[in-house]
Design a protein around this ligand. Structure first.
Ligand code: ADP
Ligand code: NA
Length: 329
């Protein structure tokens, strides 16, 4: 049966993924291995747009790949690779940058946000990032790109560039559909439950890092900001902290919020936090063990990534050759 092709990437910009990365993205990647022709990449080219340390980057790329395997990506069921191992990304990125309007690129909200926060260190790479992202997607002739709402504008740019290229130079790229993940868990910061859990969080206590000491995670859950009420209710607006804990709980145990509300009827926040802390600890422990095992076997990790790069290049090189041909190279 035909399986739609899907492409998704994650940046190696931290020493550990956080729970939001897993529940909002990677968990879906694992599920889509069964239903899609899935390409997943650690996007290291994107990770150098804001300044970086080379040794840390190399480590983080490997740690990211090891975590993805530990979380359930299976190299027999998907193509897992590192972006910089496939030179076609940068090659196609250049061609696409030459059909992107300067004003068009300047309208990208994420660039405006990030550059406003770091005006002194803003690079041209950060500006052209969405064009490289378009190349990532179009190289694989992806049918779908599962992204969060925050990536909608970048995906629209990708679709515009694909259509423009096809119109100008002849049919070359499949125009991917925006596949906005609606019912993905959106995890918020444990200390500031109105903000999303993010590696750029203001307090380290707001995020659960998958590779941190499990006791530390437990402590963070127990000291999560809730509210002055007593009742355990799901109400994102008035009880964002408790609602976030319920979301994490439901996602990690595959239970529904309603089942949890019934279970905790008449009980306090302390009970909920204590149980959730245990659930998180039980979840991360084996993930940490498996991650460590992959990192302790660099030969295996290298082999997985080399095979992944080879499989990715087999597709990417065909697309790039067509694009080069059609553009007049
Ligand atoms: P961060 O926001 O921490 O920098 P990234 O932008 O690298 O994380 O996100 C990698 C993936 O994880 C993306 O697909 C993103 O949608 C998802 N993700 C990140 N934070 C969350 C969150 N708090 N809840 C749900 N999904 C998230
Ligand atoms: Na982000």
């Amino acid at each position: 049966a035909y399986r739609p092709r899907v492409l998704s990437g994650i940046q190696p910009t931290a020493d550990s993924f956080h729970l939001g990365n897993y529940l909002g993205a990677v968990r879906n990647w694992v599920a889509m291995q069964e239903t899609h022709d899935a390409y997943y990449c650690v996007v290291d080219l994107h990770a150098i747009t804001m300044g970086h340390d080379p040794i840390a980057l190399r480590n983080r790329t490997r740690i990211s790949a090891a975590q993805l395997l530990a979380l359930g990506l299976d190299p027999e069921r998907c193509t897992l690779f590192v972006q910089s191992h496939v030179p076609e990304h940068a090659q196609l990125g250049w061609v696409l940058s030459c059909i992107t309007g300067f004003g068009e690129a300047g309208r990208m909200v994420q660039f405006k946000d990030k550059s406003a926060k770091a005006a002194d260190t803003t690079t041209v790479g950060l500006f052209t990032y969405p064009i490289l992202q378009a190349a990532d997607i179009l190289l694989y002739q992806a049918d779908q790109v599962p992204v969060g709402e925050d990536q909608r504008q970048h995906l629209e740019l990708t679709r515009d560039l694909a259509q423009r290229f096809n119109t100008r130079y002849g049919p070359t790229f499949r125009v991917p559909s925006a596949f906005i993940l609606r019912d993905t868990a959106k995890i918020t910061d444990l200390q500031d439950p109105t903000a999303k859990m993010s590696k750029s969080a203001s307090s380290p206590n707001g995020i659960i890092e998958l590779l941190e000491e499990p006791a530390r995670s437990a402590k963070k859950i127990k000291s999560a900001v809730t509210d002055t009420g007593r009742e355990i209710l799901y109400d994102e607006e008035n009880k964002p902290g408790v609602s976030n804990l319920l979301t994490i709980y439901a996602a990690l145990t595959m239970r529904t919020i309603d089942e949890l509300l019934e279970q905790y009827d008449g009980r306090g926040y302390g009970d909920l936090k204590k149980d959730l802390a245990e659930i998180v600890v039980e979840f991360v422990k084996p993930v940490q063990e498996r991650t460590r095992a992959y990192l302790e076997d660099p030969g295996y990790l290298d082999k997985v990534l080399a095979i992944g790069a080879e499989k990715a290049r087999a597709v990417a090189s065909v697309t790039l050759a067509e694009a080069y041909q059609n553009v007049g190279f």
